[in-house]
Design a protein around this ligand. Structure first.
Ligand SMILES: Nc1ncnc2c1ncn2[C@@H]1O[C@H](COP(=O)(O)OP(=O)(O)OP(=O)(O)O)[C@@H](O)[C@H]1O
Ligand SMILES: [Mg+2]
Length: 238
């Protein structure tokens, strides 16, 4: 069973321009899938379309077999489709714990607040140490941990990670992904991960899709994709 099925979806910002041009993609119930592609390929736009921030002009997005395109973003979040956005997502002038507590929007997340807080603090102990400090005092990497922890507080049934490595040092990114590997395994949550660093995404996921100019160019296992010229070009920023 696929938890997410995207069928021939078109979406865009301007009437005449389409950032997403007929994309089809699936994520299985217990799968971790990568979506890679050069800058401006349409990866974040596709994520925004899944989350209902950008309208799908045509096509279908199914979550657990139920159509979700056309629903409001908060309704989609309530179903458990939780995104760690490319930018933002945390409030500088709230403490770390306040940031976490306001992230329990779903009823289920509210009920399991203490348990989820414990999970977040278990995987990111630095957040527990600093829980009474303002989020604005955190480093870039810690801020990303907070953003991921906010997603945990929402009890994700599908986790969408958008370029979490952006602006972070390689060692920080490596640590973040190894923590995420453990975390997603422990929570048994399926993941769709967007990364500008193809290598990281293909390491993290079992299979993936390559997106270019609004289209899906290729799909395959991480190993198959690594061997293609298109992905080799991405490594050198081509
Ligand atoms: N808010 C917006 N308004 C108008 N056009 C936009 C907007 N956001 C993105 N675009 C355009 O949509 C296209 C796809 O951009 P998108 O941000 O989805 O790419 P991306 O694959 O996420 O790139 P990156 O790797 O740089 O994050 C680009 O041509 C971009 O200029
Ligand atoms: Mg993007």
């Amino acid at each position: 069973m696929n938890i997410l099925e995207i069928k021939d979806v078109h979406a865009g910002y301007e009437p005449e321009a389409e950032a997403v041009q007929g994309v089809s993609l699936e994520v299985g119930d217990n799968e971790c899938v990568a979506l890679i592609g050069a800058n401006g390929a349409g990866k974040s736009s596709l994520f925004k379309t899944i989350s209902g921030i950008l309208d799908a002009r045509s096509g279908e997005i199914l979550f657990r077999g139920e159509k979700i395109n056309g629903l409001k973003p908060h309704v989609i979040v309530n179903k458990g489709v939780i995104q760690v956005p490319e930018e933002g997502g945390t409030f500088s002038n709230l403490t770390i714990e306040e940031n976490l507590l306001i992230a329990c929007q779903r009823q289920k997340a509210k009920e399991n607040r203490e348990k989820n807080l414990e999970t977040a603090y278990h995987f990111f102990p630095v957040l527990k140490e600093k829980r009474q400090l303002m989020a604005g005092s955190l480093s870039g990497g810690q801020r990303k941990m907070l953003s991921i922890s906010k997603a945990i507080m929402g009890e994700p049934e599908l986790l969408l990670l958008d370029d979490i490595s952006m602006g972070l040092a390689p060692k920080v990114v490596e640590d973040l992904y190894s923590m995420l590997k453990e975390l997603t395994k422990a929570l048994a949550v399926p993941v769709l991960v967007v990364e500008q660093i193809a290598d990281i995404a293909l390491d993290f996921a079992e299979r993936g899709y390559v997106m270019a100019q609004g289209h899906i160019l290729l799909k395959g296992t991480s190993q198959e994709l690594r061997a293609t010229d298109e992905v080799k070009k991405l490594y050198i920023g081509g």
